[in-house]
Write a protein that binds this ligand. Structure first.
Ligand SMILES: NC(=O)c1ccc[n+]([C@@H]2O[C@H](COP(=O)([O-])OP(=O)(O)OC[C@H]3O[C@@H](n4cnc5c(N)ncnc54)[C@H](OP(=O)(O)O)[C@@H]3O)[C@@H](O)[C@H]2O)c1
Length: 144
């Protein structure tokens, strides 16, 4: 499975149900990566989307304890939040990470640790400037 996320320097991903940074260029990248794909999101992340509804143009599996956990195919893209990244972490072998060169002032949701040698970087966009922030989009493969 593939996980996609935007993280700060401490791997923070969210605060009080919302995202940490407004990155218009990165939203285009997110759309490009996810359009037409099967994506997996936690119930809280979906509620934080515009209109509280899944994104158009993608098939979204919403994870909630109120429905049985469906079978998720290996080519699905895991789109968070924290509890959903954790739930599928053992099956996640590829990461598409927007790594923002900043620390969020406040955060209450985090991405699992991947900078501990368990993943190797296979692609790096180089620095991207977007809405006053600098980030790299890096892709990682799980070490065998
Ligand atoms: N930076 C990024 O790339 C990024 C991406 C996505 C999300 N986020 C942020 O992450 C935060 C949300 O993360 P979160 O962890 O609080 O919420 P979440 O993962 O989006 O959703 C949590 C919900 O998922 C369901 N769930 C969790 N574990 C489950 C399990 N084992 N079995 C069945 N259902 C399960 C539960 O739904 P029920 O309560 O309905 O049972 C739970 O309340 C927000 O701040 C959001 O903006 C950031």
């Amino acid at each position: 499975m593939i996980a996609i996320a935007v993280v700060d320097k401490d791997l923070a991903i969210g605060n009080q149900g919302g995202l940490l940074f407004r990155l218009p260029e990165d939203l285009k990248h997110y759309k490009q990566e996810t359009l037409g794909r099967l994506i997996v999101m936690g119930r809280k992340t979906v509620e934080g989307l515009p209109g509280g509804r899944p994104l158009p143009g993608r098939t979204t599996v919403v994870i909630s304890r109120s429905v049985p956990l469906p079978d998720i195919p290996e080519d699905a893209i895991i789109c968070g939040g924290e509890s959903v990244y954790k739930l599928f972490w053992d099956r996640t072998d590829y990461l598409i990470m927007t790594e923002v060169d900043a620390k969020a002032e406040e955060a209450d949701a985090y991405f699992p640790e991947y900078r501990d040698g368990s993943f190797v970087c296979v692609k790096d966009s180089g620095p991207i400037e977007d809405n006053g922030y600098t980030y790299h989009i890096r892709e990682y493969k799980r070490n065998a």
